[in-house]
Write a protein that binds this ligand. Sequence first.
Ligand code: HAM
Length: 432
Amino acid sequence: MIRKAKGTRDFINEEVLKIEEVERVFKNAAKKYGFSEIKTPTFEKTSLFKRGVGESTDIVTKEMFNVISSANLKKYLDGNYDLNKNGLTLRPEGTAPVVRAFIENNLYATQLPVKLCYNVRCFRNERPQAGRFREFTQFGAEVFGSESPFTDAELIAMVDEIIKELSISDYEVLINSIGCKKCRSIFEKELLQFLETKLDKLCANCNDRYERNPLRVLDCKNEQCLCETKDHPDMLDFLCDECSEHFEELKRDLDLLGVQYKIDTSIVRGLDYYIRTSFEIKTNLLGAQSAICGGGRYDGLVKSLDGPELAGVGFGIGMDRLIMAADASGHFQFDNSRKGVLVINLGVDNKHSIEFLKELRNNAIYSQLDHLGRSLKSSMKYANKLNYKYVAILGEEEVKEGKVTLKNLDTSEQICKSREEVLEYIRSNDNE
Ligand code: HAM
């Protein structure tokens, strides 16, 4: 048997209802906060992510799923296909594609700020574990054309609201500022000096990050690395006046919006585009993969992808983790009451049953015809298993008299009346 690929999942019955519920909560919040939805392709040019997310990031160096058609693979193997130029990649995150679409569709020429939200499948070749998948969904929101820290605060407030609405109370909003290019480079020099003395005690990944992106060492979850770097220099002490003012205003606006937060200088984010505000929302409900949401400001990204010089800020919520946290908080309660009508045809021409089924459906009544030729006993069993409220029986007697026998499986009450009367009876007893 061919099984699903590692790190992917099938969503069945209630799992789909949970997705629908969190989608509804996200969409309502996004609408309330003035976002309109954008849909971008599932795959993009590889170069978009290399340039957009950053050549040295884990996503680009290790985790991208690059796709190639069979025909191009043959060309590639024959040395006639330039992967650097033509390569395609399954979207590992939502921001770079939205920035690309924002530029390509000249959305910057409309009224600023432009506020876009999305609900997209993402793909990363990470080691699967609880809460970490190779295919997952991000709910995201991006705002273009506002440098104001109020925009950052408002985005954080929106996620805070979504999380609360899903009954999750065990979570923390962690904020930080990683400064601008200018003040960060001074900090990075200081950090490199600090790390240099610790390199032999840090993990291989941190040694690699020390070379490529020293800030990311602060994001390592390894116990020993955490212990060795706990007295690291603090980026907040290095912020220039503008970045410091931006951060102070962000905190004030979060207070005004009633968002509880903590400052956490280890929130440095794994993607290269961030400046100033970086934030994550973490929960204890999920084990190691504790981040439900990550985001921040990326003022240089639009320009670096050949757009105009425009500010940007946004977040990505991991929908799968959001559902897991909502589940662990007992949020999902589905209606298990009996519903609908199972029409049972008992040994007569099923023409009458089909006609009755059609009338039921015309009246928006959830109904099915049991057409697998079961005995009455097994049909009743089936109706009970599937939680039908009624069975409608059409046998020889009923057909002869133009009637239907209707049994309420909740109350065992039974009537035998004309089709119109039975329809009316169901309609007046049920509003579903
Ligand atoms: P990110 O932190 O890489 O940021 O991902 C955002 C969220 O996606 C994470 O907090 C997590 O909940 C979820 N996530 C990431 N990887 C996985 C995975 N393998 N399995 C399940 N969930 C996962 C970004 O992607 C940025 N684009 C966010 C952003 C938007 N920044 C500004 N605008």
